[in-house]
Design a binder for this molecule. Sequence first.
Ligand code: SF4
Length: 106
Amino acid sequence: MSHIIGRKCVSFCDTGCVKVCPVDCINGPIKIDGLGMEVEELKKTGEFYNLDKPQMYIDADTCIDCGACIAECPVDAIYSNENEAIREGDEEYVHKNYEFYGLKFN
Ligand code: SF4
């Protein structure tokens, strides 16, 4: 089980979640590392606004399900587990989080 970033993050990418994650497992929108610095750089240069559906992702293999990121997200984009995300109609994003890190959700 892992926390999952859902559709509400798309084109928003606040990085508050990244700053509180104790195991540094939130990245995106393009690179699987960078811990939010990538978003800040892309927003600074304006490139961010030309990206197709940019969002942040959680590495399910590293997430320890501490829940710290949830309260930091201003648009409530983070689910506490895959089942919750699926229940809320965000199954596609469960797969997106896993696939971003080369993982597969079963
Ligand atoms: Fe990081 Fe904890 Fe959120 Fe998992 S639940 S992504 S470990 S802050």
